[in-house]
Design a binder for this molecule. Sequence first.
Ligand code: SF4
Ligand code: SF4
Ligand code: SF4
Length: 367
Amino acid sequence: MATINDKITDAIRAQARKLLETGEVAALIGYAAGSLPMTVKPLVVRRPEECDRLVWNTFCVLNLATYLPEVLSSVEIPRDLRDPKPEEPQAKVAILATGCWSRNIVVQIQEKRVARERVVVVGVGSRGMVSRAKVKALFPGQEILTVEEGDHDLVVQGLDFTETINRWSVVRDNCQTCAHPDPVLVDIRIGEPVSERKNPHPYKQVELIEQRSVDERWAWFTAEFATCIRCYACRNVCPLCYCPTCFVDDAKPQWLGKSLDAVDTGLFHILRAHHCAGRCTDCGACESVCPMGINMRMLTKKLNKDVLELFGIEAGMEPEAPLQLTMYPSASPEFIVTDLAPVPVPSRKPFESAGIPSAEGDTSCKP
Ligand code: SF4
Ligand code: SF4
Ligand code: SF4
């Protein structure tokens, strides 16, 4: 019998085919099956005959919003600026989106990274995605060969075992505490809407750490990040980390050393988390891809909690609103600096006149 996700897969394929055949979009961003058990990979389909490769299952943990700007660029028609003809509208791209991914698309629209009119959001209510790490932890030392997904169970098969486990028990922590599983921005809906969740303790894991003493919190932090290998997978997979040059890669000035020194590693994580403040949707992609099983999401989750308590903001919940943390009333007591004295404007450097951008022109966020 077809499962809920089988039916969603069929509906996604049919919708993708229709969008591409009618020319409404030039591409759709979805998932294909991965080559290993419990994995999927992002897939961009550009022709109707490719649509049967699309899948939807409980292991779709990557945040597709990360790929949206690049795919939009890939379908743009190069323009000749000398051509006097009026500009044709650029092609659209469709993208699958659950609650948190749709909120990341909203943030990208608010940050003017993508144009709303060029995006077709194909919304799917999320039933929560499964953590590979949680499944693997149930079978220590055993190789998992296949995992068959039912609506409420997973059948896990290895060389000499077959076991059925409850699906919700291995759903990722961020999905288990998610209050907004349904997309906030939807152009085409797949499947049934999913209700908002009333979660009385959405920040319980953060609160458990907050309740500890300073020394205990420091011990947690240093132990948690001690095994980080600085691969930057957590940064690369995040739809918010799109600076042309990340502060960790800057050579002039060099904000951080390149070694695995604990101070450099800790600083990377603290600064990256602060760069995501008011923007992170707790999609969990960073945590899902970490090869070392590090719980760096606790830092962004803590900042999500602070931003909610201080400013009443949850990132990406209001598609029509501007990016709230860039707006503040000057009398706001929460604002970090009040009564700013005028900042002296540095004199223009001579090479600017030769068309070479200066450091002041770099708008990427830095520490
Ligand atoms: S500078 Fe900050 S926001 Fe930009 S890519 Fe690096 S960590 Fe992400
Ligand atoms: S910081 Fe992590 S949880 Fe937050 S949006 Fe980025 S990938 Fe998702
Ligand atoms: S993905 Fe994991 S190991 Fe890699 S930099 Fe991030 S926390 Fe460190």
